[in-house]
Design a protein around this ligand. Structure first.
Ligand SMILES: Cc1cc2nc3c(=O)[nH]c(=O)nc-3n(C[C@H](O)[C@H](O)[C@H](O)COP(=O)(O)O)c2cc1C
Length: 180
């Protein structure tokens, strides 16, 4: 699938086969994320890759806790969860708000690139929210401490896996192109 087709047809996947994705496919998806544009090419964002199913279940329960729900799986049974994290304080900039926002923008572009790359390989993905809040829970702080990432904050979770069904389609809303 070429880049244009992948960008135009990618859809969020919310139902996954349980089997893990192949190492080389996962590596390609991660490489595409790492190659995303980023402010001033600081490359400060990191990708925490989780493939251990017990750890994914624990993260999913933390995510559900933030939603105030029990017995739901916000990760839809995906066998891979990547958490994209960025430094709380990037340590650069001249005080302008736009500089301070760069890390979150950088992390978002990583997730977008990973999702499109995954789709091009026939792999489903979905951005799952509440990553920041999850990692701020006591159990989230413990994970970040174990990883030596105490000063990082979550941007988003990117779940990945082989789709169990065709993701639902969406209609692009009218009126979103404004010519000036
Ligand atoms: C910032 C952001 C947060 C999102 N959070 C969630 C989420 O928590 N759970 C979920 O199922 N989908 C989530 N999504 C996926 C969106 O619902 C999805 O991208 C949107 O409905 C458009 O559909 P498409 O991705 O299939 O084009 C999120 C997407 C973005 C960009």
């Amino acid at each position: 699938m070429d880049a244009i087709e992948a960008l135009k047809t990618r859809r969020s996947c919310r139902s996954y086969k349980p089997q893990p994705i192949k190492d080389e496919e996962l590596q390609t998806i991660i490489d595409c994320g790492l190659n995303a544009p980023n402010g001033m090419n600081t490359q400060l964002a990191k990708i925490i890759v989780v493939q251990d199913i017990d750890k994914i279940k624990k993260l999913s329960a933390m995510n559900a806790k933030i939603m105030g729900k029990e017995n739901v799986d916000p990760f839809y049974g995906a066998p891979v969860c990547c958490m994209i994290v960025v430094p709380e304080d990037p340590g650069y900039g001249n005080g302008a708000e736009s500089f301070k926002l760069n890390p979150v923008k950088d992390g978002s572009l990583i997730i977008g690139a990973m999702q499109t790359a995954a789709w091009a390989l026939g792999i489903g993905s979905c951005w799952i929210n509440r990553c920041k809040e999850m990692l701020e829970l006591p159990e989230g702080k413990e994970i970040m401490q174990q990883l030596g990432l105490e000063n990082y904050v979550g941007v988003g979770c990117c779940i990945l896996g082989y789709p169990d069904n065709n993701p639902s389609q969406k209609k692009i809303k009218e009126g979103r192109i404004i010519k000036y």
